[in-house]
Design a protein around this ligand. Structure first.
Ligand SMILES: Cc1ncc(COP(=O)(O)O)c(C=O)c1O
Length: 995
């Protein structure tokens, strides 16, 4: 019966790109549903929700008893304000089993057609090394970690990210690089914003030979900062007015040509303009690096280094610059420091630049980046090494040379004097002819408006493909005859040109040691073993929602019909993706109460920026461009003010009262003060303090009354799904961190997805795209990501989660998330007070424990508790945010009672240790907390002079045993030392490995 149900559904889902199409398919579902309820008694079925939700029914009952509630409904009816409760069943389909889900998503994926794509434009097919695919991309030991804020239990991915930085620095020739940005377009936009911040000039110059999506993303960002943009022939650029902040050039350019920009760079520098170069890491294995021409910043995408196309993402953008700009660099950077024993250790460097601390003064709003994909790219370089990369690049280049020879001999004109992998061709045949001949062979080419065609080759290309391309262009040459001619493959070659790379790269031992699969797999495993992830224990990071990332949800991300699709492939080849987007859009609208979703923003912070820009466009469209005040409670996440500032808004903070609620009197006063210029209010709900504020609907109403819009930060949707909907109680727009509530794993700092949901009046202003027609209108505010649908390839995760949970499962997940938080809060009550609760005495899905008093009584701070938790095998809760000196715990619904109890036990036991300090039985400096975490080396050392036993150091609770002990691989990190002695690439180069 259930199989039949699955078949019925998939039969009903003909390709559809509209919401109407989906709604139309539901008639058949209702019939199936009625029949299935009768059958369910006879053939009990396994439901995914019982795998996703941790506590068994009896545990839920025990926890409810403990809290004094009869049912989950009774609990959440009390927790969620009555005036915002959603009483209906969510309009999403009944749950699919894990097995049916895979059948269905495979069918959807296979509606995508895999053609050979030679479109290029920043995206290339590549051979993803299988050991990396399986052991990193598909391995929860690598995918489920959080951003490495707790370095002692994150040394593995910190080392790998340092490898990424070293690789980027080496290949670009720049002194420092960061640990990834979201994509090439946003990296370019960040670079030009840096130029503006550095020299305060208000004009940008862009080459007219950039990828079009890069131009659009930069233009959109510049608009909101009020910067003028000139897109020019770069050889004619004039900097003499000394008003240009930065110039952006591309090397090789979008048509594939390699130019010498030294004169442009010199001229720019003479006039105080910074130079940003967008570049290609694979090409740089053969080409002189940007640093040789004097670039100040190099940006681009590391996608082609072993990361699948995935219809546009996720991929790692990169950013590298001169040392003198390092403190202005956006994003996260890994640095080398030392630990408590003086040994080398890694950690996130210069965090004081980040938005969570500097808010609207931050260097950028970037928070979630692309750590997992950066790790894949770094491991690709580790696996291949400098020689392997050079060989791959050489193969690509030589194939392109042969192709160019053959096209030339066949009567077409190759327009590039020098090139690496991309040529622009004026075909002998008509453009339409070539395109239709290509279609017969299922080949995609880049189509230029001037009648030319572009061809970009990549490492997957074989000589037979080159032969096919020659035929498509009407050349009768054969590859064999071309290769046998003297001088074959020299026209256009960079190999013997002035651009030939002579400087070494990837000389560090790590890039010269792991070239056999056995070595690579062991290296990856060694790193993985140093890190705590969800495969070890709960990671109760408040505001981060570290819930289960189900295997079934993850599996489709590796389906080749999702991974091998170029983002600019014609829509006729991407019907599977379009269907998945449409279904997910429908489901997310049902969950949030919004009318439309844009999938373009690829992180929460990008969503904030996009949502705020949509609000601005809405006001402008109504002739109210003066509205630019953005009210933000002081408790908000730092990305909120950082994004508002980037969107060109003026941030006005709103106070929060002692009980953690928005100070209504202050809000009213501000709304009144700025009523003429009020653009919007940004709030988080439930608040970042972990409380369902009763006033949220009134707050929204108040803002609307004064002509403003409401931006609701959706980071806390895990407390709302199925219980209340932002679109119903007054919000106009939200981002949804799909990497929180909707199960995309955090990947150690990305990827993520931050689609925005909007009410209908904001829909016309949603992001568009310069290459792909997304069906919007000219009122779109612009472009926020390089790819039209952001990191499309991870959307099947959220799609699958919703499809498998169904309406009841989703609601129950939220209820259990709230139950788990309240259970822990109450259990810890006598040991650590919960800082804020709602008027009902309940918290939402997370809560803050106040440990500030312990500083006075025992000189113990939140950080000491965080480090001591590592000895118990746990990752710390969120530290010192939103309230300095506290810890915020978010257990999520995926953790069962046993795990919650273990975590509480650990905290209670730590409280006991603190008591010993308070009571003078333990030294205030040398005690298990201040000395935490304890490494294996410290504990087995023959020297042990501490006033507590080794057992207490390393096995502090009965549940920490030899067979499950997680050893932090380094002792407590010295952050200050690292920031004073900044080293952001792999330590010493071994001379014997110099190329
Ligand atoms: C409340 C809140 N808003 C916004 C963000 C930013 O989201 P992202 O990291 O996806 O950019 C976060 C991230 O943790 C958050 O907790």
């Amino acid at each position: 019966m259930f199989r039949v149900c699955g078949v019925l559904r998939s039969a009903g889902t003909t390709p559809m790109t509209t919401l109407g199409g989906i709604l139309g398919s539901k008639g058949g579902l209702c019939v199936a549903r009625t029949a299935s309820s009768a059958a369910s008694k006879m053939f009990p079925k396994e439901e995914f929700q019982s795998r996703h939700i941790g506590p068994r029914d009896f545990e839920q009952r025990e926890m409810l008893d403990f809290l004094g509630y009869k049912s989950l409904d009774e609990l959440t009816d009390k927790a969620v304000p009555a005036n915002i409760q959603y009483k209906k069943k969510l309009d999403i389909s009944e749950p699919l089993s894990e097995y049916d889900l895979i059948t269905r998503i495979r069918e959807v994926s296979e509606k995508n057609e895999i053609w050979r794509s030679y479109i290029g434009m920043g995206y290339y097919n590549c051979c993803v090394p299988h050991p990396i695919m399986r052991n990193i991309f598909e391995n929860p030991g690598w995918t489920t970690q959080y951003t490495p804020y707790q370095p002692e239990i994150a040394q593995g991915r910190l080392e790998s990210l340092l490898n990424f930085q070293t690789m980027v620095s080496d290949l670009t020739g720049m002194e420092v690089a960061n640990a990834s940005l979201l994509d090439e377009g946003t990296a370019a936009a960040e670079a030009l914003s840096l130029c503006f911040r550095q020299n305060k000039r208000r004009r940008l110059v862009l080459s007219d030979q950039l990828h079009p999506q890069t131009v659009s993303v930069v233009q959109t960002r510049a608009d909101s900062l009020g910067l003028a943009v000139d897109v020019v022939d770069i050889n004619e650029a004039d900097f003499s007015n000394r008003d240009v902040a930065g110039v952006l050039i591309q090397y090789p350019d979008t048509n594939g040509s390699v130019h010498d920009f030294t004169a442009v760079v010199d001229q720019a520098h003479e006039n105080g303009t910074l130079v940003v170069m967008a570049t290609d890491l694979m090409a740089l294995t053969l080409l002189r690096p940007p640093s040789d021409m004097g670039a100040d910043i190099a940006v681009g995408s590391a996608q082609r280094l072993g990361v699948p196309l995935g219809y546009g993402g996720p991929h790692a953008g990169f950013f590298a610059c001169r040392q003198s700009l390092v403190r202005l660099m956006p994003g996260r950077m890994i640095g080398v420091t030392r630990d408590a024993s003086g040994g080398d250790a890694y950690r996130l460097a210069l965090q004081t630049r980040e938005q969570h601390i500097r808010r609207d003064k931050a260097t950028s709003n970037i928070c979630t980046a692309q750590a997992l994909l950066a790790n894949m790219a770094a491991m690709y370089a580790v696996y291949h090494g400098p020689q392997g990369l050079r060989d791959i690049a050489l193969k690509i280049h030589n194939m392109t040379l042969v192709l160019a020879d053959g096209l030339h001999a066949g009567g077409s004109e190759v327009l590039n004097p020098l090139f690496f992998d991309t040529i622009k061709v004026r075909p002998k045949l008509s453009q339409a002819d070539v395109v239709s001949r290509a279609a017969e062979k299922r080949i995609n080419l880049r189509v230029f408006e001037d009648g030319c065609l572009g061809v970009s080759l990549d490492e997957t290309v074989k000589l037979t493909d080159v032969q096919d391309l020659l035929a498509v262009f009407g050349s009768e040459e054969t590859v064999d005859s071309l290769l046998s001619q003297p001088g074959a493959g020299t026209a256009g070659s960079i190999k013997e040109s002035a651009f030939r790379r002579t400087s070494p790269y990837l000389t560090h031992a790590v890039f010269n040691s792991h070239h056999s699969e056995a070595r690579l797999v062991r290296y990856m495993k060694t790193l993985e073993n140093k890190d705590v992830s969800l495969v070890h224990s709960m990671i109760p990071l408040g505001s981060c929602t570290m819930k289960l990332n189900g295997t079934t949800e993850m599996m489709p991300c590796s389906f080749r019909h999702f991974t091998e699709i170029h983002p600019f492939a014609p829509q006729s080849q991407t019907r599977g993706y379009q269907q998945m987007f449409a279904e997910l859009e429908h489901d997310l609208c049902a969950v949030t109460g919004y009318d439309r979703i844009s999938f373009q923003p690829n992180s929460g912070a990008q969503g904030e920026y996009a949502g705020l820009r949509a609000i601005q466009s809405y006001h402008e469209n109504r002739g109210e461009q003066n509205r630019n005040i953005c009210l933000i409670p002081v408790s908000a996440h730092g990305t909120n003010p950082a994004s508002a500032q980037m969107a060109g808004m003026q941030v006005e903070p709103i106070n929060v009262s002692k009980d953690g609620l928005i100070d209504m009197a202050h809000l009213k006063a501000k709304v009144d003060e700025f009523k003429k210029d009020l653009s919007c209010l940004m709030i988080t709900y439930p608040s970042t303090n972990g409380v369902f504020e009763e006033t949220v609907a009134d707050v929204c109403h108040l803002v609307h009354e004064h002509g403003g819009q409401v931006y609701l930060d959706g980071a806390n949707m895990n407390a709302q799904v199925g219980l209340c909907r932002p679109g119903d109680y007054g919000s106009d727009v939200s981002h949804l961190n799909l990497h929180k509530t909707f199960c995309i794993p955090h990947g150690g700092g990305g990827p993520g997805m931050g689609p925005i949901g909007v009410k209908a009046h904001l829909a016309p202003f949603l992001p568009g795209h310069p290459v792909v027609n997304m069906g919007g209108d000219e009122r779109s505010f612009g472009v926020v990501s390089a790819a039209p649908y952001g990191s499309s390839a991870i959307l099947p995760i959220s799609w699958a989660y919703i499809k498998m949970m169904g309406p009841q499962g989703l609601r129950k997940a939220t209820q259990v998330a709230i139950l788990n938080a309240n259970y822990m809060s109450k259990k810890l009550e006598g040991h650590y007070p919960t800082l804020f609760r709602g008027s009902t005495g309940l918290c939402a899905h997370e809560f803050i424990i106040d440990v500030r008093e312990l500083k006075k009584t025992a000189k113990i701070e939140a950080v000491d508790i965080a480090k001591r938790l590592m000895d118990y095998g746990f990752h710390a809760p969120t530290m010192s945010w939103p309230v300095a000196g506290t810890l915020m715990i978010e257990p999520t619904e995926s953790e069962d009672k046993l795990e919650l109890d273990r975590f509480c036990e650990a905290l209670i036991s730590i409280r006991q240790e603190i008591r010993e300090i308070e009571e003078g039985r333990m030294d205030t400096r040398v005690n298990p907390l201040k000395m935490a975490p304890h490494t294996q080396q410290q504990v087995i050392s023959s020297e042990w002079d501490r006033p507590y036993p080794r057992e207490q150091a390393a096995f502090p609770a009965p549940f920490v045993r030899a067979e499950n002990k997680i050893w932090p691989s380094v002792g407590r990190i010295d952050d200050l030392y690292g920031d004073k002695h900044l080293v952001c690439t792999c330590p010493p180069i071994l001379p014997e490995f110099n190329a």
